[in-house]
Design a protein around this ligand. Structure first.
Ligand code: PA5
Length: 449
């Protein structure tokens, strides 16, 4: 078992029959996912993706990554939401915490920066300061090919690249990941002859990390793509069983739904490793966009312990009791450090002499779980033995599948995101995009009120 799911610290809050009674609904959700009969059925490509991915495209990704590694000091990854969070999460967990700052001799690959995930002039200007004198390639990722944030960043950075290398050389340094046939980016890629990679039609943004969306940046970082896909493939096989009592992935979906029904409407994804910060961001998008609709849904939030125990800890322990926690734990850290004896013992820490920091972190985790359970916060545990590509692939699939099942259990379409259009329409209207004239006048009048 790549993943251990332990719900014993939730049992004081939901009795076994409360979630076991969800078995028929879980069974139905399983059927809808695997037989493609539920809402959002056109976006289920991720279910079998770890087995049925395009091997030719996969090899092209490796070749492009090798080229970028050989001719670039920096890879810029332009994308937002599902078009960047998965890659950022994987790179952070599998890479060095200060990856971009390591001397070249200690890095396997180019520096990698993510951009186009905000509209901040400060961020992009500061990034451009870093690029001076460096050899740069760009991977722009957008399924629709029309998203404003990455489009603005690409326009600026493409101009910069053409200014630096000239149009012909810049062409060889731009890699596009987009729809196979439609969208502005696809059109541009065809016109300019940029190398492009396909986001399958049936895989939505937040489920796309194991497609070219995530795989090209991940390959550039030197991470083991085969192990990542194998971990996901093994998880797919393991979580195929349509039996709640045998399937930990479905148990997670059922228990969180049972907790939600009892008023636990906020789920905090917790990790004790800062390298998991963006995994939490990826997870928040996955669950937030999939479940938050029709006036329903658990609000996905995250915390990083022990840091946040010194800021959010008070609320979690003692505040309003609408929370439950899901801790992602890594049994053995990738490196460890031993606390040394200090003869003066001025800090009183000699009781830790010879102990490893990983052990201290584990005790912080165990103590916190018990304190939070005592404070009325149910705790779920998702544990992997090590933060390797294989286990990460399994973890990604575990949450993707739990999310699909969970969404059906909640009675929503987990594969659409109608709500994200509202801000875009207002923004376009206020910016004066052609076609939005009526909304512009209305919104401006409201802003003046
Ligand atoms: O999950 C989603 O569909 C969204 O978060 C998208 O990934 C995000 O809006 C970016 O869209 P696109 O890849 O079309 O630029």
């Amino acid at each position: 078992q790549a993943i251990r799911f332990d719900y014993s610290n939730a049992l004081a809050f939901v009795r076994p029959h409360e979630w076991e009674l969800l078995a028929p609904a879980i069974g139905q959700a399983h059927e809808m996912l695997h037989k493609k009969t539920g809402p959002g059925r056109d976006f289920l490509g991720w279910v079998d993706l770890p087995e049925q991915y395009d091997r030719i495209e996969f090899n092209r990704i490796r070749q492009a990554a090798a080229r970028i590694q050989s001719d670039s000091d920096v890879l810029l990854v332009i994308g937002i939401g599902g078009s960047y969070l998965g890659a950022k999460a994987v790179l952070d967990i599998l890479g060095h915490s200060f990856y971009n700052l390591l001397p070249k001799s200690k890095r396997r690959a180019p520096e990698i920066y993510f951009v186009g995930n905000n509209i901040s002039p400060v961020y992009i200007s500061h990034l451009m300061d870093v690029l001076e004198d460096k050899q740069v390639s760009i991977n722009v990722i957008s399924k629709s090919g029309t998203t404003t944030e990455p489009a603005i960043a690409f326009r600026l950075l493409r101009d910069w690249l053409v200014g630096k290398y000239g149009r012909d050389e810049a062409k060889k340094r731009i890699y596009i990941t987009t729809d196979k046939a439609k969208g502005a980016l696809k059109k541009l890629a065809d016109e300019e002859g940029y190398e492009s990679f396909v986001i399958p039609d049936d895989v939505g943004g937040r489920y796309s990390v194991l497609t070219a969306v995530g795989l090209l940046p991940i390959a550039v970082s030197g991470a083991d793509l085969d192990a990542l896909m194998q971990g996901a493939a093994d998880a797919r096989a393991q979580y195929m069983v349509n039996d709640l009592l045998e399937n930990p992935c479905y148990q997670y979906a059922a228990i969180r739904n049972a907790l939600y029904r009892k008023g636990k409407t906020v789920e905090l994804l917790v990790s004790y490793e800062p390298q998991f910060r963006y995994f939490s961001e990826w997870w928040k998008q996955l669950f937030g966009e999939s479940e938050g609709k029709d006036g329903k849904g658990i609000f996905p939030a995250s915390a990083e312990f022990s840091t946040d125990l010194h800021s959010m800890g008070q609320y979690i322990q003692d505040g309003m009791r609408q929370l439950f926690e899901t801790v992602i734990s890594v049994t053995t850290p990738s490196v460890d450090v031993t606390v040394q004896e200090d003869p003066a013992d001025a800090d009183g820490l000699n009781f830790l002499t010879g102990k490893q920091m990983g052990y201290v972190n584990k005790k912080a985790f165990e103590g916190t779980v018990l304190a939070h359970v005592d404070g009325g916060v149910p705790n779920l545990l998702v544990e992997i033995p090590k933060a390797t590509a294989y286990y990460l692939g399994a973890l990604i699939y575990f949450f993707e599948k739990a999310c699909g099942i969970s969404g059906y259990l909640l009675g929503v379409n987990p594969f659409d995101q109608p709500g994200v259009e509202a801000y875009k329409a207002n923004m376009f209207a206020l910016l004066g995009k052609p076609g939005y004239e009526r909304q512009k006048a209305e919104l401006e009048a409201r802003l003046k009120e």
